[in-house]
Write a protein that binds this ligand. Structure first.
Ligand code: S3P
Length: 440
């Protein structure tokens, strides 16, 4: 297991960069390619560990997936919606909630047995949220510990009853699993989401020919006979860009342009909050592909003030709360994050991991059942922080380390490869190199 020692950095970030391509879109592009007739060429694929897990699982379902990492390209060749086959072995989603949950929806419509599992962290994450609604299709599906955890088994079928379901948690993973299953329903499915979550699955499926419409808060998914392969060119990942944006905001004199970042309105809560805190952002070269907006993102250093972040905003910044908490330590006044209990069931219990890490750096933070409260600005002192094997926790505390007054040691940073394999190299590209990586 590797360790990062991050030394205080008193310089600034400068330059132009492309951050990793979008992880959520990369998973979906491979899965939708597997369901589409013909060859799907994906350019700008994210070769992070989570997305590689998706590729392996999709291959195990009988789909030909070729990878070209140097060109950031993947091609998926499939016979279409009904071409996927019962896998010979257990599918391993490793650390990826998106992989296991979305593939469960797809496996619901594959004749035969699919068993899905994952690593130690994934095997503790809640699965009843997909099992219960997927059972409405008439398919036999279950999981370990009274359906709570992986491994999951699915006895799939092509005879799928339509789903009518009100989402209890605003989760794009649950919604997407249900949409994939509903494509093979024998009538329209209705999926109601009181609070909207990222709509990548809907946008990308429409682009290849599915009929999915939104009526108020309800998605109507029509059964589908065929999806037609079309190319995907994926933008940068706003959730990865957030770390660079945060550090550039905090280091006086910084000026960074992150090129071609995904700007899906359900993903930009972090940027909107940063603007409310006083962050200096500019968006240029705005455009849209397959229903997904993207833009170049320019950030300059600025001073920040604390804000309140409530329940309704959480889905749009669900993965950015760890780095937002680091920003809040340097903002003037109180920051309150509430309605974020979902963070307890991510790759780690993120509320606990953030609170514990911040305390090690001398921050007086209140950990609530559903959020965090802290008052800034606080000088961060050196210390030792546990990543809990969670990529976003590890990267957040690396950013904190550059701002601290002493060395910050982060244990177990290998996990950063889950979403951002070139994280430290990208920081060096922008001029920030005061860290040492070693095997602990
Ligand atoms: C994701 C959705 C979010 C997010 C995760 C990726 C996706 O999870 O936290 O990192 O790709 O659909 P939930 O929708 O379950 O909150």
């Amino acid at each position: 297991m590797s360790r990062a020692i991050v030394h205080p950095f008193r310089g600034f970030l400068k330059g132009n960069i492309r951050c990793p391509r979008d992880k959520s879109l990369s998973h979906r592009a491979v899965m939708i390619g597997a369901l589409s007739q013909g060859e799907t060429r994906i350019t700008g694929f994210s070769f992070c560990q989570d997305c590689l897990a998706t590729i392996e699982c999709v291959r195990a379902l009988g789909v030909d997936v070729q990878i070209f990492p140097e060109e950031e390209q993947v091609t998926v060749q499939s016979g279409g919606l009904f071409a996927l086959r019962e896998p010979e072995n257990v599918l391993n989603a490793e650390n990826s909630g998106t992989t296991i949950r979305l593939l469960s929806g797809i496996a619901t419509g594959i004749e035969g047995l699919t068993v899905l599992t994952g690593d130690q962290s994934l095997r503790k994450r809640p699965m009843r949220r997909i099992i219960e609604p997927l059972r409405q299709t008439g398919v036999n599906i279950g999981g370990r510990a009274q359906d709570n955890f992986p491994p999951l088994f699915i006895r799939g079928s092509t005879q799928i009853k339509p789903i009518r379901y009100l989402l209890r948690v605003p989760s794009a993973q649950v919604k997407s699993a249900l949409i994939f299953a509903a494509l093979k329903g024998d009538g329209p499915s209705l999926i109601e989401e009181p609070v909207s979550s990222r709509d990548h699955t809907e946008n990308m499926l429409r682009y290849v020919g599915a009929s999915i419409r939104k009526e108020n808060t309800t998605l109507v998914v029509e059964p589908c006979q065929e999806l037609r392969a079309r190319p995907f060119s994926l933008p940068g990942d706003a959730s990865s860009a957030a770390f660079l944006v945060a550090l550039a905001t905090l280091l006086p004199g910084s000026h960074v342009v992150v090129h071609d970042v995904g700007m899906n309105p359900h993903r930009v809560g972090f940027l909107r909050c940063l603007e409310r805190m006083g962050g200096k952002l500019k968006f240029s070269n705005q455009r849209e592909e397959f229903g997904e907006p993207r833009a170049d993102l320019e950030v300059e250093a600025s001073s920040l003030r604390g804000i309140e972040i409530g329940k309704d905003l959480i889905p749009s910044l669900i993965d950015e709360i760890p780095i937002l908490a680091i920003l809040a330590t340097q903002a003037e006044g109180k920051t309150t994050i509430s309605g974020a209990e979902e963070l307890r069931v991510k790759e780690s219990d993120r509320l606990k991991a953030i609170a514990q890490g911040l305390r090690s750096l001398g921050v007086d933070v209140e950990e609530k059942v559903d959020g965090l409260v802290l008052e800034g600005p606080v000088p961060l002192r050196g210390g030792v922080v546990e990543s809990f094997g969670d990529h976003r926790i590890a990267m957040s505390f690396a950013i904190a380390g550059f701002m601290a007054q002493g060395d910050v040691v982060i244990e177990d940073v290998d996990c950063i490869g889950i979403s951002y394999p070139h994280f430290f190299q990208d920081l060096v590209t922008l001029g920030c190199d005061t860290f040492t990586l070693s095997n602990s």
